[in-house]
Design a protein around this ligand. Structure first.
Ligand code: FES
Length: 140
């Protein structure tokens, strides 16, 4: 006799409830870094060479640069972005730079660390005098 009871049993799985809800909290990846203080990426005119006395230093806060001058008249320049946690250093006492964030100190004549927590010297910049003006920029 024909007439099979064709047992076409289909179990339709509606699996929607099992789909994991992924990554809803992971989308907040901002480009970041845009407000970070920066050392010069191009040569900047800092001012008259006479502003830096022999054996002294001058801090150019607007450019995050310190320029020092040896007794022999030789100039040196360093970025004043602290190597500890990248705060801009805003204080110069004699030739000692003092970071406002955690108190690291640096020698403006050499860039060396005088006081921790920083352990890495300041980044050296290129400096030259053009027509009596100090021009500092990234080390080429
Ligand atoms: Fe300068 Fe920490 S950022 S001491």
């Amino acid at each position: 006799m024909p007439g099979r009871p064709a047992p076409s049993r289909r179990t339709v799985l509606r699996g929607a409830a099992l789909a994991p809800v992924a990554g809803l909290g992971a989308a907040a990846c901002s480009p970041g870094g845009s407000t970070e203080p920066a050392q010069p990426t191009a040569p900047v005119d800092l001012g008259a060479e006479s502003e830096v006395p022999r054996g002294g230093a001058a801090l150019y806060r607007d450019h995050n640069v310190v320029v020092s001058r040896g007794e022999d008249g030789t100039f040196a320049a360093y970025s004043t972005i602290c190597t500890h946690a990248r705060c801009p250093i805003n204080k110069l006492e004699g030739t000692t730079l003092i970071c406002p964030c955690h108190g690291s100190e640096f020698d403006a004549a050499t860039g060396e660390v005088l006081r921790e927590p920083a352990t890495v010297p300041l980044a050296a910049l290129r400096v030259e005098v053009k027509d009596g003006r100090i021009v500092a920029g990234p080390d080429a």
